[in-house]
Ligand binder design. Structure first.
Ligand code: ADP
Length: 489
């Protein structure tokens, strides 16, 4: 029997993306299709979504969705179904999905994403003719209120369906002042510790975690970390209380979109058998970042970094190790956007090392592909990382991941320790301690490995052979959906 699942997310490639959530939400429908799941993705109608979505038709209207008129539009992303919540008062504005053009959060984010959740719950509980679902899969706090409306105010209680809540990053919880509650059109009973109340306010993610039939996060290690005070960020007690209703399912990547053998963004396409062709991509990358060419690869590795410039990603530590990196004969090409002070620190490091360190500030998808194809090693020094995708792209492109031992980074990269090297299974480098010493040691180890070309190629090939696709995790999600639907029957 085909299961119909409504995947509710605030971003999804190829329509709108600010981070890994978009890659995952965009990839899930194709990942689930082989497992008998027909997934429809529901997104807010930001201008970019409506402009890029192609043909959309109106399938439902709300006179008042938490006080504002709204329409539901239906269309498709590729082979998969798409629903868009067109609510101009909430979503038609310049800037990003969550903030103004300067990056400041919209002051009405609580209402905006409560309305999104309300609409999703309506759709899932029978308000829209022709739309029928067996289960709702809500991603992150922006979608979490769907589960609160399903529990407390479904359009048709008889049509209520189970819900999965996936945490892509516990650091973003969607917490709002208690005054918001009166505008949510929820019954008084929802204002409780079993409902949406959290630390004296309204907790969107908290509500989802409380009310979902299953909580998942995007790697087994992160699932364990969020049970601790350090990783749980105030919600660890709740996660622990969910027992085996809280699990880790590691993210995959879209291996068609990220395929070095066919990637149109590359100067030269290659496979694990034709690694020599990577050189052309490296030369192109050196030119693009104004780095000294290293025509016969006799120097150290060319590191790359592709990231949001934030504390989470260790980008305050990176500037401290630039001298060490260059002193070891390595070079660095960095693509990032985010915190202006981190950007300034990186720029001043680059200015000290012309030809050795190149910085590109901005968001550039095609460049990120070229970097994975031309870089020798991708550095991911995150303080915490629910899953992380850039190390998976690195594995796929023969760009050896050098990662801190946390969350999904720990789960997806096999450290080149003596045992792993002897067994021939290493795929990268892991290190502990996101500080100068930890990073400097990791860079030193990587340079030493790079200078043993046969060893290095083995690590590259192992990475390229590792399964970073959705095939296993798609099956795990499908099994969870089937379990919950069976329980609800
Ligand atoms: P997060 O979602 O926490 O930012 P992930 O590693 O899960 O981290 O996902 C980040 C995604 O965004 C990856 O697809 C990565 O390639 C992409 N990305 C991050 N920064 C940039 C950038 N400046 N330009 C292009 N792509 C970027």
């Amino acid at each position: 029997m085909t299961l119909n699942v409504l995947s509710v997310a605030s971003e999804a490639v190829p329509l709108i993306k600010t981070g890994g959530l978009a890659d995952v939400a965009g990839a899930l429908p194709a990942a689930l299709a082989p497992h008998g799941v027909a997934m429809t993705t529901m997104l807010p109608g930001y201008p970019a979504v409506i402009a890029r979505a192609g043909k959309l038709r109106v399938v439902h209207r709300w006179d008042s969705l938490l006080g504002e008129p709204a329409r539901l539009l239906a269309g498709a992303i590729g082979a998969n179904k798409l629903l868009v919540l067109d609510a101009p008062a909430y979503f038609t504005r310049d800037g990003g999905p969550y903030g103004d053009p300067a990056g400041k959060d919209w002051p009405d984010n609580g209402r905006r994403f409560a309305a999104f959740g309300r609409a999703a719950a309506d759709v899932a509980s029978g308000a829209v003719k022709g739309q029928r679902f067996d289960l709702v899969h809500a991603h992150d706090w922006q979608a979490a209120m769907a589960l609160a409306y399903l529990r407390y105010a479904p359009f048709d209680p008889a049509a209520r369906v189970p819900g999965v809540m996936t945490i892509h990053n516990m650091a973003f919880q969607g917490w709002f002042e208690a005054a918001l509650f009166d505008r949510l059109e929820l019954p008084r009973g929802a204002w409780s510790i079993e409902g949406v109340e959290s630390y004296g306010g309204v907790g969107f993610l908290k509500a989802g975690l409380q009310l979902a039939q299953m909580v998942t996060t995007v790697s087994p290690s992160y699932a364990a970390e969020i049970r601790t005070p350090e990783g749980g960020m105030g919600l660890d007690g709740l996660i622990v209380s969910r027992g085996d209703r809280s699990r880790g399912v590691v993210n995959g990547i879209d291996i068609a979109e990220w395929n070095p053998a066919t990637d149109p963004a590359l100067a030269a396409r290659f496979t694990a058998r034709t690694l020599g062709k990577r050189a052309a991509n490296k030369r192109a990358l050196e030119a693009e970042f104004g780095l000294d060419p290293d025509a016969n690869d006799s120097g150290g590795p060319l590191f790359i970094v592709i990231t949001r410039l934030t504390w989470q990603k260790g980008m305050d530590v990176l500037p401290e190790v630039l001298d060490h990196l260059v002193g070891n004969g390595a070079r660095l090409a960095l693509l990032g956007s985010g915190d202006a002070s981190l950007e300034a620190a990186l720029r001043s490091g680059a200015a000290r090392h012309p030809g050795r360190i190149g910085i590109r500030v901005g968001y550039d998808e095609a460049l990120s592909h070229r970097m994975q194809a031309g870089g020798d090693a991708i550095l991911v020094p995150s303080r915490f990382e629910p899953c992380g995708l850039t190390q998976l792209y690195g594995l796929r492109y023969g760009c050896v991941p050098v990662v801190s031992r946390t969350g999904g980074l720990a789960d997806t990269v096999i450290d080149a320790n003596p045992a792993a090297l002897a067994a021939g299974v290493a795929t990268g480098v892991q290190f502990s301690g996101v500080n100068y010493h930890g990073l400097a040691a990791a860079i030193g180890r990587t340079v030493a490995l790079y200078r043993q070309p046969e060893q290095w190629r083995r690590i590259q090939r192992n990475g390229m052979a590792s399964d970073v696709s959705w095939s296993r995790s798609g099956g795990e999600y499908a099994a969870i959906y089937r379990q919950l639907v069976a329980e609800a029957a």
